[in-house]
Design a protein around this ligand. Structure first.
Ligand code: SF4
Ligand code: SF4
Length: 332
């Protein structure tokens, strides 16, 4: 049997040891069913998840729920919605109890005196034109003013097919405001004309993502293997989809055989009782899913399969490190 130490030189082994100490147990929470935007293609609204359950309004119930999540072993709370910043008391309840990551559209500035070291990911759907078409607003002009130079903020840049050839300009803009960026691909859940991927476009954007990583190594939080996985949907000859997805809510996961999966992962609705199927859209056809977190988790839970060649294992380490950086387990 091949072992990790046989495959790695000293430098890579040190990197491997650093991430091996992490024992990440994440779950995802819909903080609210409301949002101050209505983006075309937002999985939350397009799948009707905002109507799945009424919001729990009693902050004491949120606090007790988060305590029970902590007891369940969760050590990373990923807050989504809707727009979490509309309910800062709920965000604070998480922040006081758990390592907390908050996804936001960046239109409302989180007060840093109240949340001094909370990591934020700001959604960005392309350039000014794309953002106006898909979100009704050029959000970057607002979010970049709110968070310029903040060391704990990155843009979660959802790349659409219309962005091919344009990512350099966006990433330069992000560099200029002193923030980081992580790239993912749009899953066109609402079938907006011209925003579904073709194989040729996926190949082109993979090359472009690699080029951005080379050109902006201090701004782009990514790695080439992630680009390969997300654009091809393939890992070591296996195809991503329902049978392989690691990010299915555990109590709802009746798949046999069970694939490698995130331990105890649950995505909770904002009534604190209802569970959603997975980390993203309840109704998405898994064969079209481009969810970035699900793809990186897919790599991470399949360590054993990567203990094959030095390159395979290094790829696995780089994806794990990328996740660690995005959720503040290791520094940028
Ligand atoms: S800002 Fe986020 S939650 Fe709100 S509509 Fe857009 S994608 Fe959905
Ligand atoms: S939609 Fe994506 S994240 Fe959800 S179960 Fe399917 S493959 Fe997994």
């Amino acid at each position: 049997m091949i072992t990790v130490s046989q495959l790695l030189d000293e430098h890579w082994y040190e990197r491997y040891k650093r991430i091996s100490k992490l024992n990440i147990r994440s779950s995802i929470y819909d903080v609210t069913n409301r949002c101050n935007l209505r983006c075309k293609g937002c999985f939350f609204f397009s799948s009707g998840e905002h109507k799945a359950a009424p919001e729990e309004m009693d902050i004491k119930k949120w606090e007790a729920f988060i305590d029970s999540e902590k007891q369940r072993g969760v050590n990373l709370a990923i807050l989504i919605g809707g727009e979490p910043t509309l309910c800062l008391d709920r965000v604070a309840a998480f922040y006081k109890r758990l390592s907390t990551f908050c996804a936001t559209n960046g239109l409302i500035k989180i007060p840093r005196d109240r949340f001094p070291d909370m990591m934020l990911g700001i959604s960005l759907w392309g350039d000014e034109v794309d953002e106006k078409v898909l979100r009704g607003k050029d959000t970057f002009s607002i979010s970049s003013k709110n968070y310029q130079g903040d060391p704990l903020v990155y843009y979660l840049y959802t790349i659409t097919p219309k962005q091919i050839g344009k990512t350099d300009r966006i990433i330069r803009k992000i560099t200029d405001v002193g923030l980081k960026v992580h790239m993912q691909l749009l899953s066109n859940d609402e079938g907006v004309d011209g925003f579904s991927w073709t194989p040729g476009q996926l190949e082109a954007i993979r090359m472009e993502m690699d080029a951005m990583l080379d050109a902006y190594p201090d701004t782009v939080i990514s790695c080439r293997y992630y680009h390969e996985i997300i654009t091809t949907g393939q890992m070591l000859g296996r195809r991503f989809g329902w049978n392989e997805c690691p990010s299915v809510t555990q109590p709802l996961d009746k798949r046999t055989p069970q694939p490698k999966r995130l331990i105890e992962f649950i995505r909770w609705a904002s009534d604190l009782k209802t569970m959603h199927r997975c980390c993203t859209s309840e109704t998405r056809d898994c064969s079209t899913c481009k969810d970035g977190a699900a793809h990186m988790s897919w790599v991470m839970v399949n360590k054993r399969a990567h203990i094959r060649t030095p390159k395979d294992l290094q790829n696995w380490i780089e994806v794990y490190e990328m996740f660690g950086k995005l959720y503040q387990f290791i520094p940028w």
